[in-house]
Write a protein that binds this ligand. Structure first.
Ligand code: TA6
Length: 291
């Protein structure tokens, strides 16, 4: 199954796998995403890097309807469909991928849904939108709500020992490095003006500002979101050496900044569509925040 390559007339590009709807490259003009050199790219397991799509659950499943799903759900390990159309609108090019219940999904997930994943490439920005439609035909009351979590698992290419993520100061967050079940650990308050990932970091910030800067000396990206109330900051540090698909020292080359709805569940009634969106743009005159 070949990948889709989006090219912008001003030189940027993006490459998307139909497997998992995973963006595996975004060049603007240089590469902005990390993908492990030892990532599996044959569609047999989710890609270690790029921008995997997380749906309908984040982390180990906790919702009864998700009980048979793998960590982070099935979207990033399913074969999505493409209408072979590359849209050109103004200064942007875009594609839309779709996912409906396949037999393998239906075997582990009983809900009716329709997903649309829209990737839009500009000269120096990239946006991803996930449209989640509840296609239940039920007319019962109370409505047959579709409950889900969704997240864009961005692996931002960055020097892990210098990168800072802002603004997260004073936010409440769950530190997953200290507990196996995030819901069981008591929340902390972020005291740092800029969050670093110099050590193993796995933090789930709830009700976050929705707009972030990921900067390092001489570089950075900005992430602006719609309808994604939470954000996760992750870097495995040396624990990454236990991951079979993480290249040696790969954890030194990225920070995951992952906007999503991952604390609690989004819920849509039959016939209703929820849309979560992010726009990642290159920051040319990167600011530096000192902790
Ligand atoms: O987003 C952070 C996280 O939930 C971490 O806890 C870690 O599990 C990471 O995702 C990668 O998960 P994966 O299933 O891709 O190995």
């Amino acid at each position: 199954m070949s990948n889709i390559v989006l090219r912008h007339p001003k030189g940027s590009s993006a490459e998307i796998m139909l497997y998992g709807a995973t963006i595996v490259s975004w060049k603007s003009p240089s590469e902005r995403l990390f993908v492990s050199a030892t990532a599996v790219r044959d569609g047999s397991k989710p890609v270690r890097g790029g921008i995997p799509v997380v749906f309908p659950c984040f982390g180990p499943p906790a919702h009864p309807e998700h009980a048979k799903l793998p960590q982070h759900g099935f979207a990033r390990s399913s074969d999505w469909s493409w209408d072979n159309i590359i849209k050109e609108e103004g200064d942007y090019v875009s594609i839309t991928l779709t996912l409906d219940p396949t037999p393998s999904i239906a075997a582990v997930y009983k809900r009716q849904f329709h997903l649309r994943f829209v990737v839009t490439l500009g000269e120096d920005d990239l946006s991803t939108e996930l449209h989640v439609k509840n296609t239940s035909a039920s007319t019962e009351y109370p409505p047959d709500f579709l409950e889900f979590q969704a997240l864009f698992h961005n692996y931002v290419l960055a020097p892990a020992n210098e990168v800072l993520v802002t603004p997260l100061q004073n936010l409440s967050y769950f530190d997953k490095t200290e507990s196996t079940e995030e819901g069981k650990s008591s929340p902390k308050i972020e005291k740092r003006a800029g969050v670093d990932v110099r050590k193993f970091t796995d933090s789930v910030y709830e009700n976050a500002p929705g707009s972030y800067e990921v900067t390092w000396p001489g570089g950075g990206v900005a992430i602006k979101t719609t309808n994604l109330k939470d954000v996760v900051v992750w870097n495995p540090a040396e624990t990454g050496s236990k991951m079979g698909d993480m290249e040696k020292g790969g954890w030194e080359k990225f920070v995951c900044v992952e906007p999503g709805h991952v604390r609690g569940y989004e819920r849509v009634a039959p016939g209703i569509t929820w849309v979560g969106k992010q726009v990642i743009s290159v920051v040319h005159n990167a600011r530096r925040h000192q902790n």
